[in-house]
Design a protein around this ligand. Structure first.
Ligand code: NAP
Length: 284
């Protein structure tokens, strides 16, 4: 149990009840016997600025920030790392000794670490990646792929303007692809990534034609509820290797935990099972 000297962290968002981060960090606090607490912080929009700036006054070591505040958090911090600036959003905030707020984005790290751990022989430099979606998560995924050496990103989004903005803001070898040309864009691709919310429990599936995707290509989804999305199931059925999105969530939590609580946490099968058990049964 945390006592009066406990280090404090949490996750700020609205709504926050669905977040698995308290379960993730709670597991690590317990496993490493740390005198600390990680709490959900449900903050409505009109209270965000005040709540965020109050973190040092309340003695927080830092927080994660989730939907809908990742962009606002970047704008509100005193300083941020280069990755967060390139992505345009911060999800991991640390209170520095002088009381200032430092922002990082660890979604890119979480995404690429999950992919590399899931398939250690995957070679990012081997060919183009197709990325579906151009929202906040897509920005982190694209930065991660470019930094890993992917030679081209074929980016398809329902709203083309948003894909154009992403490509312009991040810069690099992007080929913005109309949604109607998505199937053809898979020709010669080594990786297919879904970054939209389609396929999540309660949402329609992502309907894509995988006919042109080479059998050697890897398919990954950042949706993790259900763990095997319809996209991953379809890819697996035709022989493609797949990586689910839960590991992205687990790995993105590591840098914040290390900064706030002073221990580099592990992602283990037992942690994965524990966090999975926190998903509503329908989402598993
Ligand atoms: P976001 O900024 O709201 O972007 C949503 C994306 O989904 C946009 O590209 C949007 O296209 C697309 N989309 C939504 N409904 C669609 C539809 N009916 N047809 C086609 N495209 C549609 O959300 P986000 O923050 O990027 O998050 C996206 C998903 O990733 C969420 O499910 C989130 O839970 C998940 N995620 C997972 C992790 C993880 O750790 N595994 C981390 C971050 C996010 P338009 O631009 O056309 O609207």
């Amino acid at each position: 149990m945390p006592n009066g000297q406990a280090k404090l962290a949490g996750v700020m968002g609205w709504p926050i009840g669905h977040s698995l981060s308290p379960r993730l960090h709670g597991y690590w606090l317990d496993r490493y016997g740390i005198n600390g607490a990680y709490v959900p912080l449900a903050v409505p929009a009109d209270a965000f600025d005040g709540a965020f700036r109050a973190l040092p006054l309340l003695g927080f070591a830092g927080v994660n920030v989730t939907i809908p505040y990742k962009e606002a958090a970047l704008a509100a911090v005193d300083d941020a790392d280069e990755t967060a600036r390139r992505i345009g959003a911060a999800n991991t905030i640390s209170v520095l000794p002088d009381g200032s707020l430092y922002g990082q984005n660890t979604d890119a790290f979480g995404f690429i670490t999950n992919l590399k751990n899931g398939l250690p022989d995957w070679r990012p430099t081997e060919g183009p990646a197709v990325v579906i979606g151009a929202g906040g998560a897509a920005r982190a995924v694209c930065v991660a792929l470019l930094d890993a050496g992917v030679p081209e990103i074929r980016l398809a989004n329902r709203t083309v303007r948003r894909a154009d903005s992403l490509a312009r803001d991040i810069g690099g070898p992007f080929a913005v692809t109309p949604w109607s040309k998505l199937a053809a864009a898979m020709e010669g691709a080594c990786l297919l990534v879904n970054t939209t919310g389609l396929g999540m429990t309660g949402e329609p599936p992502l309907e894509v034609d995988l006919r042109h995707l080479a059998p050697e290509a890897v398919v990954t989804d950042i949706v993790y509820s259900p763990l095997e999305t319809p996209l991953l199931a379809a890819a697996r059925a035709r022989g493609n290797r797949t990586v689910d999105g839960l590991g992205m969530l687990l790995h993105q939590g590591r840098p914040g935990f290390a900064r706030w609580f002073g221990v580099e946490p592990d992602v283990t099968p037992a942690l994965r099972e524990f966090v999975l058990a926190g998903l509503a049964p329908a989402g598993r």
